[in-house]
Design a protein around this ligand. Structure first.
Ligand SMILES: *Cc1c(COP(=O)(O)O)cnc(C)c1O
Length: 350
């Protein structure tokens, strides 16, 4: 990394000049006294959601910051990780000029968002054993490479990358390394949140969609330096996280022990599932996993995918992803659901 990492050198010039939109609720912040709110053209009759939500989601950010041992100024929330990722593109990548690096096989949204934002996505494949190809990644970096996306643990392969490789990328890249930790709660690897104070050029993305069991509320979380969060705050839609989501998510974060208990159960189920998959003769490889899913390589992914569908089980066919020929991805379900899956596979195995 550049000895003098300066976020200002990376931010698009139009964003640099922007002042954030100031909403009614930004201009007057409730301070506990009983005020009469006639500032936002709301309907005054109470129904639980007649008022605009807090545009800065203070209570929820405070709870998350406490949980992660960070300052609230290091947290940005979005309508799912997808919105957070989109904000990162829009803050740092000049359409048709800048480029990003992604490392397939990986999460498909990075490429979709690159397309939407008209930003070139330079793809550097993982190695055949799904590790980071550090040399090729660094070779692919150009003057206009702004972001490298690392999904860790990686979807769809399931493995996590060793810290030393990621460190090498962070330390040898002048842009920002975005580390998507959607599955970190299922992993034995350390979160990169713990390195935010050491590296100013990393952004960590997490989500309430997986371990927290709240895919339906759409809450994505971005952890970064206060400087990076300030930039992202400038371009986020003012009310991007609705009131119901803020309430539900806060309840869940305040009872995080329940999340951890569910995660433990899912991990136990995952290990059971792996044992049972080993008995299925047409499964050739079960890839190591640090997530709540298992990628397997088998004799004929598309055939097996359709056979399972006929038995009422929906899984993900990943055969068309690079380096993933004849692979299927199984999400770990409840004990009963996993038993159903195993029974179905056994019935096909004769
Ligand atoms: C599921 C997933 C997400 C979650 O996206 P949301 O928009 O927060 O639901 C993010 N990144 C990866 C790699 C995922 O697999």
């Amino acid at each position: 990394m550049n000895k003098i990492f300066n976020i200002k050198n990376l931010v698009r010039s139009n964003v640099q000049k922007l002042k954030p939109y100031s909403s009614a609720r930004d201009e007057y912040k409730a301070n506990g006294t009983d005020m009469v709110f006639l500032d936002a053209n709301e309907n005054p009759f109470k129904n639980g959601v007649n008022r605009y939500p807090d545009p800065q989601q203070r209570d929820l950010k405070l709870a998350l910051a406490k949980l992660k041992n960070l300052k609230p100024e290091q947290v940005l929330l979005g309508n799912g990780s997808d919105e957070v990722l989109d904000l990162i593109f829009r803050a740092f990548c000049e359409p048709q000029i800048d480029n990003i690096l992604t490392l397939p096989p990986t999460y498909g949204m990075y490429n979709v968002l690159a397309g939407i934002n008209n930003v070139e996505n330079k793809e550097v494949l993982l190695t055949v054993d799904y590790e980071l190809d550090i040399k090729s990644i660094l070779n692919a970096v150009t003057e206009t490479t702004k972001l490298i996306f690392i999904c860790n643990p990686n979807n769809p392969t399931g493995n996590a990358f060793d810290a030393r490789s990621i460190k090498t990328l962070i330390e040898n890249f002048n842009g920002i390394v975005v580390i998507d930790e959607a599955y970190i709660d299922f992993s034995s690897y350390e979160s990169w949140i713990n390195f935010l104070d050491i590296y100013p050029n990393i952004i960590i993305i997490q989500t309430l969609s997986k371990a927290y069991g709240m895919a339906g509320v759409r809450l994505g979380v971005c952890y970064a330096s206060a400087e990076i969060i300030t930039v992202l705050n400038k371009i986020k839609p003012p009310y991007n996280v609705n009131e119901l989501t803020q309430q539900k998510a806060l309840e869940r974060v305040l009872k995080v022990d329940e999340v951890f208990t569910e995660v433990e159960t899912i991990i136990i189920e995952r290990e059971k599932l792996i044992e049972n998959l080993q008995e299925v003769s047409f499964i050739e490889t079960i890839f190591e996993t640090e997530t709540n899913f298992i990628l397997v390589k088998l004799d004929n992914a598309t055939k097996r995918y359709h056979q399972l569908l006929e038995k009422g089980i929906v899984i993900r066919n990943r055969t068309n992803q690079p380096l993933c020929e004849n692979t299927l991805r199984f999400t770990v379900g409840t004990e009963q659901e996993n038993e159903k899956l195993i029974k179905a596979l056994q019935a096909l195995d004769n």
